[in-house]
Design a binder for this molecule. Sequence first.
Ligand SMILES: [Zn+2]
Length: 194
Amino acid sequence: MTRKTLTALLILALSLLTINAAKKNDELHRMGIFISNFTEQGMYEIDINSIGNADLVRFGIAHNVINNPKSTVKKCALPDCEYGPSLMSGSSVAQSVKKYFDLDVNNRTVTGQPEAIYDGDNYHFDARQWKDDTVYYADVQDVRREKGLVHMEGELYNLNRKSDRPAYFTAIARPYKWQGKNTWSILSLSVEWK
Ligand SMILES: [Zn+2]
């Protein structure tokens, strides 16, 4: 093998390593966005075996208020609707729940704070009550694959102050195809505050 060939092989190997590292970083980043969809709304503990329908409804409403307000939050047409000025279709809620949990939600009124009243087609609520001032995102730092599931670990950070990292988290997700795209459905999430 000549020196030139050796150099060429070395460069090839190095660039493959770089591509692999970039792919890995890209995947960690995508996983971070996935987990942030739960933590951004203050959902820090998830166990797919015991999660309630009302928790799923709340997830779907808050998810769309935070991420898709223009396309999913309408103004309630009832004059002075006693449940608040906002309206969201049950199908928007069901679609978000399916996407992140791979579960079929039953659209039902959720009481307590905040509340959302289901009228058979739409939820009536007050969108201003469904967003927190402090938002924590997830930084996935370690990934382990076991029996077809993905175990993720990392830290939560304050969206407005990235050095503010108040918690560690662990999560388990299942690789899943949603509308033709590779993503994950959540099985568990657990947060430990520092
Ligand atoms: Zn209304």
